[in-house]
Design a protein around this ligand. Structure first.
Ligand code: DGY
Length: 348
C-alpha cells in the first residue's frame, strides 16, 4: 500500500498500524510511505531486505523482526538513516549494529506504560480469582449451584506484591496493586524507585489517618528476598543477557507454594520448561503470562495447565496506546530524516 507516491523520502512500514495520525505525519512531511501488506504475521530477514530495496530513508519495524547487521547494513546501502521499533522493548534490535551503520534507532516508551501495567494487573486478578477456569466451567454447562468451595482463590488485600524491575511499567503496576487492592510492596531494582516509595509512604499515611491498616514498602537487597516474601510477583525487567532465565528452577523453588507469578515483559525472562514442571508439581501456584519463550509457541504442557492464564502478547493493546505507539514510530523516523531529535532513542 503506497501513500503520497511523489514524496521525497521513502519510508517503509513492515506492518499496517492502528490509527491514521502516523500516516498523516509522514505524508504531510514529504514522505512516500509504503506499508507492507504481506499477510504472514512474522516477516523474515529476506522479506524485509526486499522491502528495503535499493533506496529507503527509514523503516518502521516490529518486535517480531530480527534487526541486526544484515538489515542495518542493507538500510545503510539504500541511503537510510532511521529505524523505529514499534515497542518499548528492543531486544530484537542489535543497537551496536545500527550504530556501526549510522542508523538511528527509536522505540516507543511512555505511551504504553499504563496500558501494559493494566494488563499485568488483569492477569494478576484473573490468576488470583481463577477467572479463566471459572469462565470455561460456566460455558461447559457445569455450574449446577453455589458451593462453599467452588473456585476459591486468593484475596489480594493485605498481601505483598513483589515487583522485579521497578521502572516505568513496574512502578505503574505497583501503584495499581497498592492503591486498588491495599497490598504491601516489596521490590527489587538496581535503582531506587524513589517516587514509588514516596507514593506508598503517603498512601500508607492516608490509610492510617482514616483508621485503616497502612500499606508498607521495602526495597529488597536481593531478588531472592522478593521471591521468598511476595504473594504476587510481577516481572518487569528488560530482556538482556543478565535477565535471560531470571526465573529458573532454583528461584521457582523458593517462591511460596500459593504464589502468583505474572510476566508481561519478555518470555525468555522465565525458563518456561521449568515453569511447566513447577505448575504441575504445585497446583496452587498460579501464573499469568502475556509473553512466551518462543513466541508464538508455548512450551509443551503449558496449554493444559489450569493454573496458568495465557494471553497472546497483548499488554500494550489498547486503542489509545497502539495509536500512540504508531505515532511515535513516525515521529522517530521523521525526526531523524528531518534532523530533529529521535524520541525514544536507545542509541543516541
Ligand atoms: C513492547 O512495547 O515492548 C511490548 O512488548 C509490545 O507493546
Amino acid at each position: 500500500e503506497v501513500w503520497n507516491p511523489s514524496g521525497k523520502h521513502r519510508v517503509v512500514s513492515t506492518k499496517s498500524m492502528p490509527g491514521t495520525r502516523w500516516i498523516r505525519l509522514l505524508t504531510d512531511n514529504d514522505c512516500r510511505l509504503e506499508i507492507c501488506t504481506e499477510p504472514k504475521t512474522i516477516l523474515s530477514v529476506d522479506d524485509i531486505l526486499a522491502l528495503i530495496g535499493d533506496r529507503c530513508d527509514g523503516v518502521i519495524g516490529q518486535l517480531t523482526e530480527d534487526w541486526g547487521e544484515v538489515l542495518f547494513s542493507a538500510l545503510k546501502r539504500a541511503g537510510g538513516t532511521a529505524f523505529s521499533n514499534m515497542a518499548v522493548g528492543y531486544n530484537n534490535v542489535d543497537v551496536e549494529a545500527a550504530n556501526r551503520n549510522g542508523i538511528a534507532v527509536g522505540n516507543t516508551p511512555g505511551v504504553l506504560t499504563e496500558t501494559t501495567a493494566e494488563l499485568a494487573a488483569s492477569l494478576t486478578l484473573a490468576a488470583a480469582r481463577r477467572i479463566v477456569e471459572a469462565d470455561k466451567f460456566m460455558r461447559a454447562g457445569l455450574y449446577d449451584g453455589w458451593l462453599p468451595h467452588l473456585f476459591v482463590g486468593n484475596l489480594l488485600k493485605g498481601q505483598t506484591v513483589g515487583v522485579i524491575g521497578a521502572g516505568r511499567i513496574g512502578s505503574a503496576y505497583a501503584r495499581m496493586m497498592i492503591e486498588g487492592f491495599k497490598m504491601n510492596l516489596i521490590y527489587y531494582d538496581l535503582y531506587q524507585a524513589t517516587r514509588l516509595e514516596k507514593f506508598v509512604t503517603a498512601y500508607g499515611q492516608f490509610l492510617k489517618a482514616n483508621g485503616e491498616q497502612p500499606v508498607t514498602w521495602k526495597r529488597a537487597a536481593t531478588m531472592e528476598d522478593v521471591l521468598r516474601e511476595a504473594d504476587v510477583i510481577s516481572l518487569h525487567p528488560v530482556l538482556d543477557k543478565t535477565t535471560y532465565h531470571l526465573i529458573n528452577p532454583e528461584r521457582l523453588a523458593i517462591m511460596k507454594k500459593e504464589a502468583i507469578l505474572v510476566n508481561a515483559s519478555r518470555g525468555p525472562v522465565i525458563d518456561e520448561v521449568a515453569l511447566v514442571e513447577h505448575l504441575k508439581a504445585n497446583p496452587m501456584f498460579r501464573v499469568g503470562l502475556d509473553v512466551f519463550e518462543d513466541e508464538p509457541y508455548m512450551k509443551p504442557g503449558l496449554a493444559d495447565m489450569k493454573n496458568a492464564v495465557v494471553v497472546p502478547h497483548i499488554a500494550s493493546a489498547s486503542k489509545w496506546t497502539r495509536e500512540g505507539m504508531a505515532t511515535l514510530t513516525a515521529l522517530n523516523v521523521l525526526g531523524k530524516i528531518k534532523g530533529y531529535p529521535v524520541w525514544g532513542n536507545p542509541n543516541q
